[in-house]
Design a protein around this ligand. Structure first.
Ligand SMILES: Cc1cc2nc3c(=O)[nH]c(=O)nc-3n(C[C@H](O)[C@H](O)[C@H](O)COP(=O)(O)OP(=O)(O)OC[C@H]3O[C@@H](n4cnc5c(N)ncnc54)[C@H](O)[C@@H]3O)c2cc1C
Length: 459
């Protein structure tokens, strides 16, 4: 924390002018408030953490960052893998007090403030038997997830989260609050559907909601043989669009429902969600159950919110990770995955495989700033480890693993890119997408005020 930075901000004045919370370094709640999901950034000490009460106060904090020149970190749920929602010496704009949610069950829309989490919105809409798809983790903020795209359990049935985004309200670098949709400020509306936090602070999202009652979903744990992994991918590709899957090939955690002899062994821990009738769900899940005798089978009819296990605020893993898309995972690629996982020295090495397609793939690639519409399978390789001094070994391992698995698709999903440098950001925005985003950035944030993100520089 630099004294200069503190000198340029008057904490009493901020407290006087804002109805939200202003947390300074000498406040007892400061250490808790600067913490984000990834512990790698625990040494970052912001000059101030401000939790605005409303969009006007968001504008006030944006102006403060502009005027002081201090680095601005925008935080919704704090799950950025690159640590972008905390700054060392700058201002954290933490949206966590802004959680209003207006659901119109008749029109099937929701206006959701950006401080809400995926779990909070999913719970509230489920009360009306409605849903919008987010990701696989309830505590992830709808702010970061939505502006990056949003790939989750309804991706094949309803597309990405942004495919249900109808409008948004956004505070720009110059402090203006704009409404954006397909007609008003359409360039900006295009850019915030995948372009991340580069263009402003979204204060509210308007989502389309889909009728959804019970899903057939849950965890299916299978032995991780090359046959079973390749079979799983083939079954996921052949499955009806109602079914979306996430297969984690990984060392089995000591969960009580996994037989003890498999703890620490490599297994396939898969999550399945079928958003259709219970009867169709049973049928859709059958080919996966038939791949091998399951080590655990918890797939059952359930309300969608139950797919999110209860949050454990103490779970903050150290992890090295790489994200990519691949064209196919057959027997040879499955063997490669198993060999790589076996060679890792990490506490928990993981290859996460998500078969895409369906509704997501029917949107034209240039319709949103998320342009990977034709990508077949998203893969995240990760090493969850215990001590900071192990980091370099695991960074090297994930890089090698990703290089070995890479095929013709050189794209990356921005929401899973870590602190990896410009190439990974460029890979997130292939072809003309990058140039179009850079032009919009020039128009709305020429000074690059919003730079603590997977940055698209204006020049
Ligand atoms: C455990 C875990 C599971 C995940 N699972 C999935 C998944 O299944 N599917 C998926 O798609 N992604 C997933 N992600 C990735 C996740 O979508 C991104 O990390 C996302 O950025 C997190 O959003 P957040 O609001 O929690 O993060 P934050 O750290 O608060 O924000 C991240 C960045 O997003 C931008 N941002 C945040 N809020 C706003 C806003 N209101 N307006 C403008 N910009 C904003 C800012 O640039 C900020 O730096 C997962 C991440 C984790 C850690």
């Amino acid at each position: 924390m630099t004294t200069n930075a503190q000198a340029s901000i008057s904490i009493p004045q901020l407290r006087n002018e804002l109805a939200g919370e202003v947390i300074a370094p000498d406040d007892p709640q400061y250490d808790g408030a600067r913490r984000v999901f990834i512990p790698l950034y625990d040494d970052h000490r912001p000059a101030v953490i401000v939790r605005p009460a409303d969009a006007r106060e968001v504008g006030y904090i944006v102006a403060l960052a502009r005027e002081t020149g201090l680095e601005l970190a925008v935080r919704s749920g704090g799950h950025s893998g690159a640590g972008h929602s905390v700054t060392d010496g700058g201002i954290v704009l933490d949206l966590s007090l802004m959680k209003s949610l207006e659901i119109d069950p008749e029109k099937r829309i929701a206006w959701a403030e950006a401080g809400l989490t995926a779990g909070e919105v999913t719970n509230a809409t489920a009360a009306h038997r409605l849903a919008v798809g987010f990701g696989d983790t309830g505590s992830v903020g709808i702010g970061g997830l939505t502006v990056g795209g949003g790939v989750g359990y309804l991706v094949r049935k309803h597309g990405l989260t942004i495919d249900d985004l109808l409008a948004a309200e956004i505070v720009l670098a110059d402090g203006r609050l704009l409404q954006v949709d397909s007609e008003r400020n359409a360039d900006l509306f295009w850019a915030i559907r995948g372009g991340g936090g580069n263009f402003g602070v979204v204060t509210r999202f308007k989502f389309r909601l889909h009728p959804l009652d019970t899903v057939t979903g849950g965890m299916l744990v299978l032995p991780a043989t090359a046959e079973a992994i390749a079979g799983f991918i083939a079954a996921a590709e052949a499955a009806p669009e109602e079914l979306s899957t996430i297969a984690n090939v990984m060392t089995a955690p000591p969960m009580p429902f996994i037989p003890e002899e498999h703890h620490g062994q490599i297994v396939m821990l898969a999550m399945l969600v079928h958003a259709g009738s219970t009867e169709d769900g049973e049928q859709a899940v059958a080919p996966f159950r038939a791949l091998a005798t399951p080590l655990a089978d918890m797939v059952r009819p359930m309300p969608l919110p139950e797919i999110y296990p209860p949050d454990d605020p103490e779970y903050r893993p150290l992890a090295a990770a790489r994200t990519m898309f691949v064209d196919s995972i057959g027997y040879a690629e499955s063997e490669l995955i198993l060999d790589q996982l076996t060679a890792s020295t990490a506490m928990m090495p993981v290859a996460q495989l998500r078969v895409l397609g369906g509704a997501m793939a029917r949107i034209p690639a240039d319709a949103t700033a998320f342009a990977h519409r034709r990508s077949k399978i998203m893969v995240n390789v990760a090493a969850v480890y215990e001590r900071l001094d192990e980091a370099s070994v695991h960074e090297e391992w994930v890089t090698e693993f990703a290089d070995a698995l890479r095929q013709s698709d050189h794209g990356a999903y921005v929401n899973f890119v870590g602190d990896e440098g410009e190439d990974a950001v460029r890979a997130s925005y292939p072809g003309e997408t990058w140039d179009r985003l850079a032009a919009i950035k020039r128009r709305y944030d020429p000074g690059n005020l919003f730079r603590l993100n997977q940055n698209i520089p204006p020049a």
